[in-house]
Design a protein around this ligand. Structure first.
Ligand code: SF4
Ligand code: SF4
Length: 262
């Protein structure tokens, strides 16, 4: 069986929270940006030609529950990957506002809600739990009071060492026909925009519509370090909070000139 461990597909880029140091910079996305259901279906059908099974398929964001067609994403994912664990990664704040048709999709497709419990989520837990229990929805609770940061903008880390100890290497991403081992090649674009840098890791992203591509290419691609791993440092953390002006210190452990950020 041509199988890989995990794939995550972002269905929105914006969020209803504004966490300091959000690793996808959703805290800075003022503009609403929803993934297109037709592109999603095309991408997933093409990916299935290459990878027969995905152990865990995640729909995430931003906040995925903001997508008005999330139920359609779920039905398509379940049809194409009938044996995968399918999870929605959410901050939980909209669980008590989910429409019946979305609840039905979650239940009938055996989807699990991976709930990141931030302080505002915790305050809503009674309402959230009552929906989860009422509809017997599968879920996990992940309490979050700090965020990891790890950019080493000087690029002088040993990629092999960083990769070996990295927990994000199991965060393969797919979107708009592009597949990547970890979110860095995508999130670096927002980093550039916000802090006026010009890093580019586009050559370490796979075009899934490349007709010469094989399962072995994908499997090899996700099981080795990439050059951009040199731009990760030993992780540090910041306390979770919301709001405030975005600062490079919330993301980087080292600046381009090698200065360490405390
Ligand atoms: S809830 Fe998640 S996606 Fe939203 S701003 Fe916070 S970390 Fe980012
Ligand atoms: S760039 Fe490499 S080391 Fe850094 S998070 Fe991604 S996979 Fe891990």
């Amino acid at each position: 069986m041509k199988s890989i461990n995990n794939v995550a597909y972002p269905v929105v880029d914006h969020c209803n929270l504004n966490c300091r140091g959000c690793c996808r910079f959703c805290n800075q996305s003022q503009k609403k940006n929803f993934a297109d259901i037709k592109v999603f279906e095309k991408d997933l059908r093409r990916f299935k030609e290459l990878v027969e099974d995905i152990e865990m398929f995640r729909l995430f964001g931003g906040e995925p529950l903001l997508h008005p067609e999330l139920d359609k994403f779920i039905y398509i994912a379940r049809e194409i990957y009938p044996n995968s664990e399918i999870d929605i990664v959410t901050n939980g704040l909209l669980i008590d506002k989910m429409p019946e048709h979305l609840i039905e999709a979650i239940k009938s497709c055996y989807v699990k809600l991976e709930i990141s419990v931030y302080k505002p989520t915790e305050e809503k837990m009674p309402a959230i739990m009552s929906i989860l229990e009422k509809y017997k929805l599968g879920h996990t609770l992940n309490y979050v009071d700090k965020f990891w940061k790890r950019f080493n903008m000087s690029g002088d880390s040993d990629p092999n060492e960083m990769w070996r100890s990295c927990s994000w290497k199991k965060c393969n991403g797919l979107r708009n026909g592009k597949f990547m081992m970890c979110p860095l090649p995508i999130v670096i674009k927002e980093f550039n925009r916000l802090f006026d840098y010009n890093y580019n890791f586009d050559n370490e992203v796979i075009d899934i519509y490349d007709e010469t591509l094989t399962f072995d290419d994908i499997n090899n691609f996700i099981n080795r370090p990439h050059n951009y791993c040199a731009y990760c440092g030993q992780p540090d953390f910041i306390e979770w909070s919301v709001g405030g002006k975005i600062k490079i210190e919330d993301y980087a452990v080292k600046l381009p000139d090698g200065t360490e950020v405390k």
